[in-house]
Design a protein around this ligand. Sequence first.
Ligand code: 6R9
Length: 645
Amino acid sequence: MSDSLYPVPEQWARRARVDAAGYEKLYGRSIADPGSFWLEQAKRLDWIRRPELAGDWSFDEEDFHISWFADGKLNVAANCVDRHLARRGDDIAILWEPDEPSEEARRYTYRQLHEEVCRFANVLKAEGVEKGDRVTIYMPMIPEAAFALLACARIGAIHSVVFGGFSPEALAGRITDCDSKVVITADEGRRGGKRVPLKANVDAAAAHARAMEKVIVVQATGGEVAMQPGRDVWYHEAAALVSAECPAEPMGAEDPLFILYTSGSTGQPKGVLHSSAGYLLWASYTHELVFDYRPGQVYWCAADIGWVTGHSYIVYGPLANGGTTLMFEGVPNWPDASRIWQVVDRHQVEILYTAPTALRALMREGDAFVAKTSRKSLTLLGTVGEPINPEAWRWYHEVVGEGRCPIVDTWWQTETGGQMITPLPGATALKPGSATLPLPGVDPQIVDAEGNVLHGPTEGNLCIARSWPGQMRTVWGDHARFFQTYFTTYRGKYFTGDGCRRDEDGYYWITGRVDDVINVSGHRMGTAEVESALVLHPKVAEAAVVGMPHDIKGQGIYAYVTLNAHCVGDEALRTELRNWVRTEIGPIATPDALQFAPGLPKTRSGKIMRRILRKIAEGDVSSLGDTSTLADPAVVDDLVANRVG
Ligand code: 6R9
C-alpha cells in the first residue's frame, strides 16, 4: 500500500463547491445537529409537501425503525425531469452512445425526456400497473431503460431492475420474490458486437415466474422474437395509443422507490428496498458534492443500470441535479481498448466514473490505446466497486488524466444508496488506494470482533453508527432478515460486511469483504449462491466456494466440488459444471477454478473450514494454520496436492 499524498490542485481548491475548510464545517454540523443539517439539505428537492421531520430511527432491537422526512410528499420523477423544464428544457438530459461506434449517438433534452417518461408511464397504466405494484426491468443499456425507471417512479410503482447478464433462472427467482406481474424487456441487447437474447430469456424464465402476467417488449435491435398473444406487448405499439402527458403521483417520502437484489453471505439474494425521498436526496447530494457537478457538464458513469451504481449515478443523481448523463450501451474493450477514451473525446466528457476492474483490463493492453486520444475535456475521474490497487490508481491518474484530474475513490454499497466514504475533489488530498474520508452525515466506526469501538489508527470491521437518508429501509418481504443481517453482529450499529483500516491521518482503507461474499469485477457474488447452484447438478454431492486473487477481476471464484460416488471428475465434467453455474446464475458467477475434492476439510461438528480453503485457493499453502481440529486432517494434503490454477 502506498501512503504518498496528492494534494488538492490549486484551481480545484479555488473553484470547487467545497474546499478543505468547508468540508470540516459541513462535517461538524452534520454530526452535531443532523436534524437541521438534513432539513436544510432537503431543500435541494422539490416537495409537494415540505417535511418538518428529519431522521427518526433506532438500530436497537426493541424499537428498530428507520425513516427520513416522513411527513414530506414528493414525486421522484418530477424531481428528475419536470422541475428542470422551465430553466433547462432544451438541455441534454440523456446522451446515449450506442454499442456500434459507427452509429449516431442519441440525445434527449429534458423536454423530450419528459414526453418519453410520460408515455412510458401511460403504457404501464394501460397494462394495469398501479401505485405500489412491482415492475421488473430486464433491459439492455438503452435510453428506454432509464425511461422505464422514471415511468415507474412517476406512477408510484416499485421497480426491480435485474441485470441483463443474469440467467433466466436468476431472473425468475427475482420476479417471484417480489411478485412482479409486469416485466419490461427488449428483443435483444447488444454488447461488444454480440447479441444478448433478453426476450428469449424472459420466455425461458416464465415457467418459474408464475407471477408474471405481462411482458412489455422494447424493440431495440429488430431481432426475431416470439410474441405470446395476450401476454406480450410491443412497447412501440402500446406507446402509439397513449398520451404524452401523465400526472406525477404524489408519494410519501417513505414510500418505496425500488428493490434491487444483491448477494449476501447466506442463501438467496436479498431484495434491498430504497425509499423515495431519502434515497433521492442522497443520490443528488452525493452526485453534486463528490463530482462537484454543475449543469452543462457532460458526465459519464460507465456502469450498467442493472447495478446500484447505474441507478444512483446514471439515472437518479445526475437527473435530479439537472445534469447531462451519458449512457453507454457497449463495453470498454470493443472494438478495441481505446473505446472509452474515444467516447470521452467524441462527447467531451468532463467527469468519468468507472470500476477498477475495467481500468486493470485496459491498463494491460498498453498505453498506446490511451495516448492516441486527446482526453483534454476530462477534469475529474472516479472509481467504485472494489478497492483500487495503487498501480491502477497511478495509471488512471498519470496516463488517463495526465496528472491533471483528481480521482474520487468512492466506497459505498447497494444498501447505502449512494457514496459514503470518498474524497471531495476540492477538499481532500488523495492517497492511492484509500477512499479517504466520510461524507458529511456519515459516521463510520471501526470495531473489533467483539464490537468494541477502536480509536485512532487501527484496523477492524467497518460499521456506520447512525442512519443517513440514503440507507436501505428493509429487505423486501423479510424485515427480520434486514435486522438480522445488518444490525445483530454489532448491536446498535449498521455492519457493512467490509474490513477496514484507518491510518494516522484518519483516512479509511477498505480491505475487502470479511463475510462470504466475493467481489468479482466489482460485482458481489455470494459464495452460498454459487454453492447452491453447483449442488443442484446431479453428479455433485457437495461444494465449497471461496475467493482467490485475480489480476483483472480483483477476485475470482474458486470452487471445490465433491462428486457423488462413481462419478469421475475429468476435464469434460469440469467444463460442464462451469457452464452449469453460468446457466443457473449468469456469466459473472462462472467459477474461474474448479477443483474436484474427495473430501472437504471439516471440523468435528461438520463445519467446513473455509479459512483453509481460502489459503489453498490463494496458493498460500505454507501457512495453513492449525488443522488439528479437523475431523480428517488428511483431506488437506489431497487438496494441496491437487490444487488447480
Ligand atoms: C457501489 C457498489 C458493495 C461492496 C462493498 C465493498 C466494495 C465498493 C469500493 C469497495 C473498496 C471502494 N466496494 N466500492 N471497496 N473501495 N471504493 O459497488 O455496491 O455492488 O453493493 O458492492 O463493494 O466491499 O461492500 P455493491
